[in-house]
Design a protein around this ligand. Structure first.
Ligand code: GDP
Length: 175
């Protein structure tokens, strides 16, 4: 076999977080490069797949976008158990969604897989004037809890590819 043969590694990834924080929009931005103002609510969960090439390796993300409504909470473990990565999303303009994100972190730490790469995404970073959660607060929380943190905007594409790239790097390092 060629020394530089490209290896494809599958990585199951789950998005968790409150309703309307922009989980589906982040996936749509990453997978299709698009944004829609009136994204329809996800029912249950939706599946997408997207590859990302890094140097001589390729990560094939198998993405599960969960609904976020409390009535689907009992389904969440099916998606995060066995996940290589999780993106926990909150909306920087809505402090309640940050509180909810911390609950997801706790749940993954207690019920999930210790090897799951966890990312905290402060989404809607384009809405700076309506900001209610500071980046400093979220960064401090992330450091304390062993996740990495980025503010993202599915609308303007800020840090969307970057967060998936960082996850891919950490995922490959852990192999
Ligand atoms: P989900 O329920 O977490 O999947 O959230 P959606 O992706 O359905 O997004 C909820 C609403 O927020 C929609 O109206 C989106 O257009 C909007 N939205 C999502 N991401 C962003 C963002 O980065 N910036 C802004 N301004 N709006 C966003």
């Amino acid at each position: 076999a060629a020394a530089h043969e490209n290896k494809v590694k599958n990585a199951k990834l789950v998005l968790l977080g409150d309703v309307a924080t922009g989980k589906s929009s982040i996936v749509l931005r990453f997978v299709k490069g698009q944004f829609v103002e009136f994204q329809e609510s996800t029912i249950g969960a939706a599946f997408f797949s997207q590859t990302l090439a890094l140097n001589d390796e390729t990560v094939k993300f198998e993405i599960w976008d969960t609904a976020g409504q409390e009535r689907y909470h009992s389904l969440a473990p099916m998606y995060y158990r066995g996940a290589a990565a999780a993106i926990i999303v909150y909306d920087i303009t809505n402090p309640a969604t940050f509180t909810r994100a911390k609950k997801w972190v706790q749940e993954l730490q207690s019920q999930g897989n210790a090897n799951t790469v966890m990312a905290l995404a402060g989404n809607k970073a384009d809405l700076v004037e309506a900001r209610k959660v500071t980046a400093e607060e979220a960064q401090a929380y992330a450091v304390e809890n062993g996740l990495f943190f980025m503010e993202t905007s599915a609308k303007t594409a800020i840090n969307v590819n970057e967060i998936f790239c960082e996850i891919a790097k950490r995922f490959l390092q852990a192999q």
